[in-house]
Design a protein. Structure first.
Length: 264
């Protein structure tokens, strides 16, 4: 099996792109930080996702993290030294990358091993199918950071698990273990960790063998069905709270519980 590999490096952080047998494979490779994405990595991820369209032989995209994590989402430490305005811009940019992957005109399969947290959960939700290992964990602990979920973020979760489960995710900030995530509808398939890569490649090849016209049509049709609110950005909640977000980030960096202002 011939595999073509390209690595985009940022110091010790990498986005690895491979092509083999009709499959494009993107790996987020920053294991020392639980595959958390820096601002530059989000930018590179969008560019590489679009690169899959350059080769007409690519029928399916597999998206995964290296090692024992999918991704911890954005690198929160980066927000400790920027203004609220820049933080808001960073979240908007991140959302554009996630939407880029979500709107690719080919099936995207997320391979979830270990935690998919925060923006990492959103990235997983942007995939058409999610295959999780028994070590998968999924959660969105934004309440610990003063991040105020935007409508587009919320809608992905609501479409999959419903309003009540979405609120539970945010209200508690807890991580759903693999079996619970599977039962909630976050994962389409749940397999043993040792079988995850083999099962995902087999699933990718199965999907790649289907009619491209059928695959594209169902992606478009499903999107039209769930997009019942066309103007999600109009009047939408910002991504960060001006008081809670700076305190949440400082607490994260200092590894202490946040002291939020309760007089809201």
């Amino acid at each position: 099996m011939q595999v073509r590999t390209m690595r985009l490096d940022e110091e010790e952080a990498k986005i690895i792109y491979q092509e083999t047998a009709g499959l494009a494979i993107i790996t987020i490779d920053r294991p020392q930080a639980k595959n958390a994405l820096t601002a530059n990595m989000w930018d590179q991820l969008a560019k590489i996702a679009l690169k899959t369209l350059d080769n007409p032989k690519n029928k399916v995209l597999l998206l995964r993290g290296s090692g024992e994590n999918f991704t911890a989402g954005s690198d929160i430490k980066e927000f400790n030294s920027i203004s609220l305005e820049k933080a808001e811009e960073a979240f908007v940019h991140m959302e554009r990358t996630i939407s880029t992957i979500e709107n690719l005109p080919l099936p995207v399969i997320g391979i979830i091993n270990g935690p998919a947290m925060g923006a990492g959960l959103e990235l997983a939700m942007a995939c058409d199918i999610r295959i999780g290992s028994d070590k998968a964990k999924m959660g969105i602990p934004v309440g610990k950071l003063g991040i105020t979920i935007n409508n587009k973020f919320a809608k992905r979760l609501v479409d999959l698990v419903g309003p009540s489960a979405t609120k539970d995710f945010v209200f508690t900030g807890r991580m759903y273990k693999a079996e619970e995530a599977f039962k909630a509808g976050m994962l389409n398939y749940l397999v043993a960790e040792k079988d995850l890569t083999r099962f995902s490649i087999r699933m990718g090849k199965l999907v790649a063998g289907m009619s491209p016209a059928s695959l594209l049509a169902v992606k478009r049709s499903v999107k039209e069905c769930v997009d019942s609110t066309p103007s999600l950005w109009q009047g939408s909640t910002p991504f960060v709270d001006p008081q809670d977000f700076p305190e949440g980030v400082r607490a994260f960096v200092e590894k202490r519980p946040p002291q939020f202002n309760r007089q809201k």
